[in-house]
Design a protein around this ligand. Structure first.
Ligand code: NCD
Length: 457
């Protein structure tokens, strides 16, 4: 079965560690790897601007002996003539051995993965996820700090639209790190991300009511997200304490992950909010940041003062450099050219090492009729003509669905059995008796009535 990397959950923790080990091997001799994937062709489809991600993928593919074809903008592809992404992927997948795609619409990489038999790698789908940046980020933490579990990582800046932040938050939770969220006011982690952190990884966000007043961390919105494992809770949180008592417990931050404000993804209203967070040498004097590595997916705009570049804690250019070996490792794995090996030399098995990734995909609900994803930036809305809405069933009672493409959560108001002429409230006992394969869910009574259903009480 082919493997894709659409969300960071597509790799188990053991596989991610296997990729680190393979990347380490490659770093030792970057030019000596051309026998890994000779003759393989990678298609790079970049429908949004990119410097690092695209070039590092192209270099990685060449260093393992393959070659690349690239479409570097929407304008130079047939998307600009009105072709659907669905058709583009069907065709490109018939030419190349793997596809890397960056696209402005959320869920586009998931759709692409469904449309082709070759591996698809998500190089950023709108404001949703960017899992290969997370591989660079985790690899950097692992190299610089020697571990990930138990680290306290502050995610700073635009946490709302930052796709790198979303993928990284899930991975940190899975590896047992603590997340401290430091958003630019108004650009907090979206609800669907916090919900997934809570429901899929058992993390526990806690909000402090009063920000501390020292330096950079005065902007701390102080949401601590900790894996719900007793040995992890001790670092920042105390279950018996009230919010205020939590704050003085920020003893130490191991990594500051800065991000750019993603103005290109702003909704109306985002712009009027407060100033950007800026990290400068003064801020780095904070005792709690003494051993903090400073990371950034880049490009940096103003959020890290250039004077910080000379500080040994500034890791962002080392982080970018690691993009090539980690992507070499990923491509050689996805193309089936190198197995992943655990520390100690054992092969990473498919089943035994699944631990770390959330449980196998739950039941799905799929129907051309009834509800659609509420997110207008979701590919299931943008390519309505080609995509049948599909959701993971988070819970049956109450009925909660998560869009397979962009992961937004929907709580339908009404449901009907496919063969039945009546619809009932989604929370009613009758609703629960309808088999999932027979169920049609509706946003509103009007939507059900338009579909010819009659309401019962
Ligand atoms: C990021 C992205 O594209 O999401 N860049 C990258 O891939 N390294 C971050 C950004 O654009 O701010």
């Amino acid at each position: 079965m082919k493997r894709d990397l659409v969300t960071i959950d597509d790799l188990s923790n053991a596989e991610i560690e296997g990729l680190f080990a393979l990347a380490d091997q490659y770093v030792a001799d970057l030019r000596g790897q051309t026998s890994v994937a000779p003759g393989f062709v990678l298609a790079c489809l970049f429908f949004e601007p990119s410097t690092r991600t695209r070039l590092s993928f192209e270099v990685a593919m060449k260093r393992i002996g393959g070659s690349c074809v690239t479409s570097a903008s929407r304008e130079d592809s047939s998307l600009s003539k009105g072709e659907s992404l669905t058709d583009t992927i069907r065709v490109v997948g018939s030419y190349a051995d793997a596809i890397v795609i960056r696209h402005p619409v959320e869920g586009s990489a998931r759709l692409a993965s469904m449309m082709t038999r070759v591996p698809v790698v998500n190089a950023g789908d709108g404001g949703h996820e960017h899992p290969t940046q997370t591989l660079c980020d985790l690899y950097t933490l692992w190299k610089e700090k020697g571990r990930i579990a138990g680290l306290s990582v502050a995610l700073c800046g635009d946490l709302k639209h930052g796709r790198t932040v979303h993928s990284l938050a899930y991975a940190l939770a899975r590896f047992g790190a603590n997340i401290v969220s430091v958003p630019r006011p108004g650009l907090e982690l979206p609800d669907y991300v916090v919900d997934k952190l809570r429901s899929s990884y058992g993390t526990r966000p806690e909000r402090a009511s009063e920000p501390p007043d020292e330096s950079f961390l005065r902007d701390l919105d102080a949401v601590y997200i900790t894996p719900q494992k007793s040995h992890q809770l001790t670092l920042f949180t105390d279950p018996s304490s009230n919010d205020r008592q939590i704050l003085p417990k920020i003893a130490k931050i191991d990594a500051l992950y800065m991000t750019r404000t993603q103005r290109e993804r702003f909704d109306s209203g985002d712009e009027s909010r407060r100033r950007d967070l800026v990290l400068d040498s003064e801020v780095l004097r904070d005792e709690r940041l003494r051993e903090a590595v400073v990371m950034h997916p880049l490009p940096r705009v103003d959020e890290i003062d250039s004077a910080v570049d000379a500080d040994p804690r500034a890791a962002y250019f080392r982080q970018a450099e690691r993009g090539v070996p980690i992507r070499m490792a990923l491509l050689s794995f996805l193309l089936g050219q190198r197995p992943l090996v655990k520390r100690g030399g054992k092969r990473v098995g498919e089943k035994a090492d699944a631990g770390g990734a959330p449980a196998a995909r739950a039941e799905t609900y799929k129907s051309a009729a009834g509800i659609r994803c509420p997110n207008e930036r979701c590919i299931s809305r943008v390519e309505q003509r080609f995509v049948v809405p599909e959701f993971v069933v988070k819970s049956r009672a109450p009925l909660e669905l998560r869009c397979t493409f962009c992961e937004r959560i929907v709580r339908p108001a009404f449901v009907a059995g496919g063969g039945s002429s009546v619809f009932v409230p989604a929370e009613s006992p009758e609703a629960r008796r309808i088999a999932l394969e027979d169920l049609v869910a509706y946003d509103s009574a009007e939507q059900a009535q338009l579909a010819g259903k009659v309401r019962t009480t």
